[in-house]
Every structure is written in structure tokens, then in C-alpha cells.
Design a protein around this ligand. Sequence first.
Ligand SMILES: NC(=O)c1ccc[n+]([C@@H]2O[C@H](COP(=O)([O-])OP(=O)(O)OC[C@H]3O[C@@H](n4cnc5c(N)ncnc54)[C@H](OP(=O)(O)O)[C@@H]3O)[C@@H](O)[C@H]2O)c1
Length: 331
Amino acid sequence: MHPMRAVLVDEPGDETQLRVGDAPAPELGPGELGIRVAATAVNRADLLQRQGLYPPPPGASEIIGLECAGEVAEVGSAVTGWSPGDRVMALLAGGGYAEEVVVDAGSCLPVPERLSLEQAAAVPEVFLTVFLNVFQLAALPDGGALLVHGGGSGVGTAAIQLAKAAGARVVTTAGSDAKCARCLELGADAAVNYREGDFVEAVREVTEGQGVDVVLDHIGATYLANNLKSLRTGGRLVLIGLMGGAKAEINLGLLLARRLSVIGSTLRTRSAAEKAAIVAGFGERFGEALASGAIAPVVDRILPLEQVGDAHRAVKASEHFGKVVLRIAGG
Ligand SMILES: NC(=O)c1ccc[n+]([C@@H]2O[C@H](COP(=O)([O-])OP(=O)(O)OC[C@H]3O[C@@H](n4cnc5c(N)ncnc54)[C@H](OP(=O)(O)O)[C@@H]3O)[C@@H](O)[C@H]2O)c1
């Protein structure tokens, strides 16, 4: 086992606890690829993990980082279709903030030619989250309608693009007029500054009073009532985060009468087989759109690994639009 550079957390806490140091490189299993990481990207969940509030699932690396892009360094004995030197991007249960990772081959996708490895590092977590939740779990129909909160987030920028690629109408929310303008540029049909406007009203306008088929929500409690109001009969609310709290009252009569579903989901804790099905489904449905540039990761900034604290600070303050990428020198 040789050492590699990685981001370590001294004590659970704020950004000052993050430092680059040495960690043992992970060892390759038969069904895995070993990746020399060129870049990783920051996800909101990383901030929680740093604080000790979102421990990795059993068996996963203790190192932060849910995605990466780089070159295949090693191919497990049971893996076919990959060779050393291939450009690869991967969904990880952890370990991305490091020079090397190992990951089940089913969690990996080839990097389209038009994307740099830094751009590719911004793809897996948010595009696969949206594909799983909006398309596989909530079955957004082609030409349907989606409400997605936080249109300027990593997840939001992916959701706007995938829903538009599916011919859907998209209403989104964001915390400033500037972010709203960028959501419209990205293709959203309406963008509501949630500090001033009413998203239920915007949904009504865009859907001619029908409501949306699907709401993708990471706010939780404080948006629950208005999210349910925004759904059409038979609509689905998918909850993927709780930035606005976990406990709220729900009118079950509304669920019955309007045949609504509320779905909760996490991606990270799913089995390798489930992740492989999500990755394969995404590749089939949107692989070409990614290769042609019809959909693309939105990279707000690229920072060297040594500035990981600044990267976390920027995401905490929601300064970013899209993704904050970390370059891993020597990757
Ligand atoms: N369950 C899963 O499998 C899964 C997977 C991936 C991500 N997630 C969750 O999805 C969310 C987004 O993740 P991310 O990594 O893309 O994070 P991110 O880029 O940090 O996005 C969070 C966004 O929420 C916006 N926001 C904050 N308060 C809001 C409010 N009241 N209404 C609407 N928007 C609000 C923020 O920007 P502004 O306030 O400036 O608009 C920011 O753009 C996080 O909660 C994350 O934990 C869940």
C-alpha cells in the first residue's frame, strides 16, 4: 500500500479543519477500476460530512468526495470494456478528494471528447441524482412539467438541462435575480427569486393552472405545503435534501384526493448494482446529449486541491452557480 495525497479532516468542524496530507492509496478489487484522479467536485453533502453529520456508508472511503474524473490506472480482473489510460468519470460513495480512487466499474462512464477532465468531474453526482429522481423514480413524462428548487445549484443546473432535453417545461427558484437570469439562459421557462416571489403562482402560469408532474426538492419542511400545491393531480414530489428542516405537517387528505406521491431518496447509500443500473440508464437516455454538448456541466470555478477550504466556503455561502471543481495536481 503506497501513500497518496488526499484531503484530510483533522476534527469534524468548519473549513479550517481541512488539510491536504498523506493517506494510504486504496486497493483494487476484481470488479473495480483504479482511477488516477485529475479533478473532483464539491457537493453540498461534503460540507455535512466535514462537520461529522453525514458519515460514509459502511465499506466506503472515509475521505470526502462523491465524484471524480481522471484516467484509468488499473483494471480489476473481472472488468471488461476498460483499459489503462481511458478517460473516465465516476460516481463515488466517498474518496474523491484524493489522487487515487477505486470504484465499481458499474459506477463509471467514459468522458466525452468535448469535455475536459475538470468539466467531467462536475457531471456524475448531479446528473445521476437528477436522472434517478426525476426520470427513474418520479417518471417525468416527455413534454411534462418540472418544478426544481435551487436552479443555481449543481443539482438545479443539471435538472433544468435534462428536463428541457426531455421537452419538459421547467419552473425553478433561486436566491437572487442574477441567478434567476442564468437559470432562464440555461433553458428554464420561469425562474422565481424565492426571497420575493411566489413559486406556486409561477407554476400555475407556466402550466396553465394544471400544476407540474414532478417537484424535485431539497428544502423539505418549509416548502412542503407549497410543493404539494404546485403538483398536478397524480403528481410526484421527490425529496432529496432537508435544507429547510425535516419535520412538517402534511394534509393526507390532499394526497388522497389528488392522488399525490411523496418520495424520499438518497443516491450514495445505494448498492453497486443499483448504481450501475442508474449509470447505464443515464448513458442510454442522455449519453448522446452529453457527447454532443446539448447538455453540459456548468462549472462555476476550478480551484486547486490546496484551496479546498475556500471551495467549501463558497458553496456554504451559495456564491456559486453550478459546480465548484477541485483540481488535483499530478492527476
Ligand atoms: N438525496 C440525494 O441523493 C442527493 C444527491 C445530491 C444532492 N442532494 C441534495 O441536493 C441539494 C443540492 O445539492 P448541490 O450539491 O447541488 O448543492 P448546492 O450547489 O450547494 O445547492 C444548494 C442550493 O440551494 C439553494 N437554496 C438555498 N435555500 C433555498 C431556498 N429556500 N429555496 C430555493 N433554493 C434554495 C442555494 O442557492 P441560492 O439560495 O443562492 O439560490 C443553492 O443553489 C442539497 O441539499 C444536497 O444535499 C441530494
